[in-house]
Design a protein around this ligand. Structure first.
Ligand code: ADP
Ligand code: MG
Length: 570
């Protein structure tokens, strides 16, 4: 390791030289209280900025152990540090000047959810703190301006590190609050399991968002209030009492008139698989962390998924036990999405009729009379919903505003009325009974055959080579070399950094894991466990990029399921 003085000397020497001379700064330097690791230097001032790692030793960071002794607390505190660090950084970014990206200083931007990110890492063993960031090395035109980089590395950065990463200077109350919130959230998640609940929505929670493009809470929204019959009271680890609505395992419907807040409740539940920051409004909306939102997804590819539970006897004898298509229909895509969610270990399925294929969800009686069973390949979800629960233990939370057919299948029915929740289970079921009296068509669905999840993928060279390029296009897709994976319909993917990680996972899978013998299921499980245990380096190697965020296991499956150009060993 070199000293910061050596870096200073080097910078003075290369001042006014051509930009490539900056490459000499690559290396590790000891600063007062931390180590600066210049991992990658940009080729010119307009290229993507240089990659820097800061390491603050445990004794210098001084974080009390109880802030990171459990994984959920560690992630919450990392998130807190990264936000604060980023906030201060944004004030000094571009105060050093020059051409192109000269003077840029940035870390990941965090949204409303708390995610594990490569941008900030606390080592559990010694409490050291690592920050990964980008700096635009300053130049005038393409001539090095070392003075401005000296300002960044010797004034702005040390100042930010001292104020935001050293516990003695950090706002103690706020950082402890972040850790405490994560304790409470973790407690509630464990409590869900104990009490046979799939979700909890606290009284007072603010569910709607500011707008279609902002995840900030809506101002002046109607706060959530649990129906009395579904009320659950929790005593949090910090002694506070918290009441709210508990949604039990089984089949739950959310009904109500248009624009009364059904989808808003479901969306809050979708996001409830992640923890939220304080004052988000959904910090105490927590859903079983395996829950998957499903929708119709016309046009997706399907590689060997067994959708025979829903679709059989297609025209021209297509095999639906091992179904292939490059261009799925609404119903086949939604059927595949259900089966693949089960394959990914999901125990709760979330469905909104707004985004479902009608023929996948129901077949009304008149249609059953006119088009008979043997002419219809689809067994709709309504005929499988109870079986999914009984045979796989999979619960469903379903938004239906237009069809009462699901009433008789439901364990609980919540009506949203002017953004207020009411338990109408008994009344709705009673009505359904009366109505049932004169029903004629009651065909039994065909017996269910459970899928065996035995897809073994073959590696494909196009996903990896010496210089694999991973590109993220907003929230929409990730490209691994020329393979573009469309993730628009995977709604619980909430951050572009998760997409980037998925790109690395695809590459890693094809390079190291897929072999035609390991099932997709065990391959994805394996990589997920490695990520949990070893972190991002398990999929991207030693030099961890600064812009990765952890996806859930369910999104890892979803991504692998959407890769085109992949073959199964059959
Ligand atoms: P639905 O799915 O029942 O048709 P939505 O959930 O889409 O209705 O909600 C309709 C509108 O009401 C949305 O613009 C949403 O932001 C707003 N909204 C939802 N819940 C609340 C609430 N608790 N307070 C105020 N506005 C809300
Ligand atoms: Mg809706």
């Amino acid at each position: 390791m070199k000293t910061s003085d050596e870096l200073m000397t080097l910078l003075r020497r290369i001042d006014h030289k051509g930009y490539p001379a900056y490459k000499d700064t690559k290396g590790i330097y000891q600063f007062l209280g931390y180590v600066l690791d210049i991992e990658h230097v940009q080729g010119d001032p307009f290229a993507s900025p240089s990659k820097i790692k800061l390491i603050v030793a445990g004794k210098d960071a001084g974080l009390p152990k109880e802030l990171y002794d459990k994984k959920h607390k560690r992630i919450a505190v990392q998130d807190y540090l990264l936000r604060q660090f980023g906030k201060r950084l944004s004030k000094v970014s571009f105060t050093a000047h020059g051409s192109g990206k000269s003077g840029l200083m940035s870390v990941s931007r965090c949204g409303q959810e708390v995610l594990e990110r490569s941008g900030c890492e606390i080592k559990e063993t010694d409490g050291s703190v690592i920050i990964r960031m980008e700096i635009g090395f300053p130049a005038n035109g393409r001539t090095i301006n070392a003075g401005e980089l000296i300002k960044i590395l010797f004034t702005l950065l040390p100042d930010t590190v001292t104020n935001e990463l050293m516990f003695r200077n950090i706002h103690k109350g706020n950082i402890r609050k972040a850790a405490e919130l994560s304790e409470n959230q973790d407690y509630i998640r464990r409590e869900l399991k104990k009490r046979d609940l799939v979700a909890f929505v606290a009284n007072g929670a603010i569910l709607p968002r500011e707008s279609g493009v902002s995840q900030k809470p809506m101002k002046n929204a109607v706060p959530f209030q649990s129906p009395e019959s579904m009320k659950v009271v929790l005593e949090l680890p910090n002694g506070e009492k918290l009441s709210g609505m508990g949604i039990k395992r089984g089949v739950t419907l959310i009904v109500g008139g248009g624009y009364h807040g059904k989808s808003t409740l479901l969306e809050a539940l979708e996001r409830g698989v992640y923890d939220h920051i304080a004052e988000d409004g959904r910090e105490y909306v927590l859903t079983d962390s395996t829950a998957v939102k499903l929708r119709a997804e016309d046009g997706r590819c399907i590689t060997g998924t067994d959708i025979s539970m829903f679709i059989r006897n297609l025209p021209n004898k297509v095999n639906t036990k091992c179904f292939y298509t490059e261009d799925a229909s609404g119903s086949t895509s939604q059927a595949a999405n259900v089966i693949e969610a089960v394959e990914a270990g999901s125990e709760v399925l979330l469905i909104d009729e707004d985004t479902s294929a009608t023929n996948f969800m129901i077949r009304d009686e008149l249609m059953q009379l006119v088009v008979t069973k043997d002419r219809e390949p689809i067994t709709p979800y309504i005929d499988r919903i109870r079986e999914l629960y009984h045979r796989f233990g999979i619960s469903t939370i379903l938004v239906v505003g237009s069809s009462g057919a699901y009433f008789k299948k439901a364990d609980a029915i919540i009506q949203m009325d002017e953004y207020r929740a009411f338990d109408i289970t008994d009344a709705a079921k009673e009505q359904a009974q009366v109505y049932e009296g004169d029903s004629k068509a009651q065909t039994q669905p065909a017996e269910v055959i459970l899928p065996d999840f035995h897809r073994c993928m073959l590696p494909n060279r196009s996903f990896y080579d010496d210089r694999t390029k991973i590109r993220v296009n907003g929230f929409e897709s990730v490209s691994v070399n020329k393979n573009t994976i469309d993730m628009r319909a995977v709604e619980q993917l909430i951050d572009a950094e998760q997409l980037r990680t998925l790109g690395y996972i695809c590459k890693h899978m094809h390079e190291k894991v897929f072999n035609g013998k390991t099932t997709l299921r065990s391959a994805a499980e394996k990589v997920h466990i490695a990520l949990e245990e070893t972190g991002f380096s398990s999929v991207c190697g030693k030099m961890v990029p600064c812009d990765l965020a952890m996806p859930r296991k369910q999104e890892i499956f979803a991504c692998l399921d959407r890769c085109r150009n992949v073959k199964m060993n059959d």
